[in-house]
Design a protein around this ligand. Sequence first.
Ligand code: CP
Length: 332
Amino acid sequence: MTRHFLNTFDYSQAEIQALLDDARRLKESPFTRDLENKTIALVFLNNSLRTRTSFDVGARQMGGHAIVLSPSSGMWALEYEPGAVMLDEAEEHVSEAAQVLSRYVDLIGIRAFPKFEDWEEDRKDKVLQSWAKHSQVPVINMETITHPCQELALAMALQEHMGSLDGKKFVLTWSYHPRPLNTAVANSALMIASKMGMDVTLLVPTEEFVLDERYMSIAEGYAAENGRSVRVTTDIESAYTGAEVVYAKSWGALPYFGRWEEEKPIRDAHRNFIVDARKMALTDDALVSHCLPMRRNVIMTDEVFDSPSCVAYDEAENRLHVQKAIMRNLVR
Ligand code: CP
């Protein structure tokens, strides 16, 4: 059976650590022939700067080739519903697209954000799961409702700066943004921090911003295995006090999915969740990061982002190294 890279919860902690160790080797020696004569198709249904560039550069650095496919580059609109009578926009079913691409390429990357209308529908991750089901080559999640490549990049950056992550105090803080965003990176940060043995605090403005029960429960499971905890709080002071890592992200409140005008007054009332120097002063000299792209002085102040504590550029760079490790391990 084809092994994909869809979620880190499909991989043991030892397997994730092996990928991180491999990424570290690739950071030291970037040029290999592991993807010689191999091609990865990068299917982008949403915008990207880091993911698109780092996969393309990474494939080239290992002797391979990347081809970007997206609706804006003329890819046919696809149908994802099994048994659909295809009278709408879609010209082709994902089953054909995935099987045909599998005859041309060696890996397929998928970026498909939620539609933001109905969380019960979006949480099925139908686009990614359909590609994985019909593809005969490994599929990589380039961000759907989770962002596993970002998880590895974050874990690698933290290990580079802190060594072992075991027992470190990790705070995932919601931060204000004028629009409701995907919960993918938040779900992922929660899972990787707890998987790597960190003590996790989820700081949210109200209980409505708690993440999907699937990811909360996976994180709680890892915490229990590692003798750690996942704490949820709305109290800024207690969350930041003694933190060793602060990870900032904004996301939309799941109970308001598709009814965002009702959520807006709640998010607008919590602009004070910005990561600033006053809050960082409560921490234990914490590292701080964000997955990027990030709105300066909305999510995090310039003062914090441009400080030596911020490892966001290391995390962004590590996207290249971890994705190379993922690609070469999937084609072996
Ligand atoms: N963090 C991240 O995935 O960046 P892009 O959206 O630019 O790819």
